[in-house]
Design a protein around this ligand. Sequence first.
Ligand code: TPP
Ligand code: MG
Length: 514
Amino acid sequence: MNGAESLVRTLVDGGVNVCFTNPGTSEMHFVAALDKVDGMRCVLALFEGVVTGAADGYWRMKGTPAATLLHLGPGLGNGLANLHNAKKANSGAVNIVGEHATHHIQYDAPLTADIEGIAWPVSHWVKTSTDAKAVAKDGAEAIHVASTAPGQIASLILPGDTAWNEGSGPEAVPVIAPRAKASDEAVRHAARLLEKGEGTMLLLTGEGVKERGLALAGAIAQKTGARILAQGSNACLQRGAGRVPVDRVPFPVPQAVEMLADVQRMILVEARPPVAFFGYPDRPSVLTQDGCELHRLTELSEDSIDALERLADAVGAKIEDAPVQQPFTPEVPAGALDPAKIAAVLGNVIPENAIVVDESVTTGRNFYPFTAGAPPHDWLQNMGGSIGYGMPVAVGAGVACPDRKVLALVGDGSGMYTVQALWTMARENLDITVVIWANRTYQILKGEFNNVGAGNPGMKAKDMLDIDRPDLGWVDMAKGMGVPSARIDTCEGLMAEMRRGLATPGPYLIEAVL
Ligand SMILES: Cc1ncc(C[n+]2csc(CCOP(=O)(O)OP(=O)(O)O)c2C)c(N)n1
Ligand SMILES: [Mg+2]
């Protein structure tokens, strides 16, 4: 058995049974091994940003890593933006990056590059296998790293000869440590802060914004008079009727500062201390008031459910007392589309157990209040700010959860970064309804132009902020990649087409012209 087959068997035995790929010559033995080993689902994507984003989406829904297969430095480089997003989302992934055969690297052939140098900034662990006998063991270590809480990026670089020479056979993955428990002092101090009542906030992300974490936090808040709030972006927030509702830190700095103005004590449940997305000339970077005490209950890698249970006990809160969201559907809107009406349509159509991948940018600023009473669903956000995450993450979620409806809500500018994801949706027949908010502009940047103090855009600057001339033909692009599609520009049309897309299996794209 060669090194490549030893590695693929190690992956499958280690529970990594999906590989998102875009291979080249240096990965051919890995590709050949896929035919020899049962149990690995291989999903081809036509751009590496789709590969890496799909691995992110897969982890978010499954909590176990997928593998990626990438072609040397440039292939990895094409995948960097979504690896950056995945790393910020604390998603685990095992990247297998092909490399020239060891004897060939010295000749500086066209594809020779500093692959480790490219991999490091978006990885927690990087290793180049030195020979075929080491590949399986390195692969097992990569799975171990990727699976270690809260989830990490492991990049294994595989020179061609380490794939084709005689390997070791599969290796077992070392035991993965469970999440560490928060210290007693962290829980005790949080309880002390909560005793002070109003002015205390629990800021949540990670397990803290999943159903049970929210129920515990909601019960604690109910008992003590504290408030709960979610981080601005969250990898997977569980919401909808019957769950404890939670708002998020808003993107615009003035709104965020206002929301946090009364907070004197903030208890961080996996969350980062809230800071602005960008620095501006006349706006603060830190969103909390001076003197606000920040107390960490759990690190990202710690067991927040356990910590919240202990905290609930300490303050005498009972999970069944948590105030849950009642079901409601907004009034059905009519006529031309605008962001508020779109939000009302969504509140009517989000199906039970849906996975909503949100890359709506400005169109989506107000989706939360209108969709809060929809049937229970998961809400996924961009964690790294690099746009083009939405459709790839939807691919990964669709592969991870074939029995659930995936709804990808994507700005037209964002969608163009990784539009190739549509082809993978069609090829794998993934049950994803994509809605593109076709406002023909980078709308958010118009506000940012002013926010950074650049004044009013002139003709040339305006040209950098609009994406019309020509208008993007989303219906045609989708058709060209095998995804049925429709264009609408009214609330009635959006409602009907979303219902159609969600009712029929397989992918569907709606171009919603604003
Ligand atoms: C990789 C990357 N390139 C550029 C940007 C800067 N950027 C942020 S939002 C945006 C445009 C978003 O446009 P769209 O998705 O159409 O949403 P809209 O602003 O129209 O609501 C751009 C270019 C970014 N965040 N990431
Ligand atoms: Mg736009």
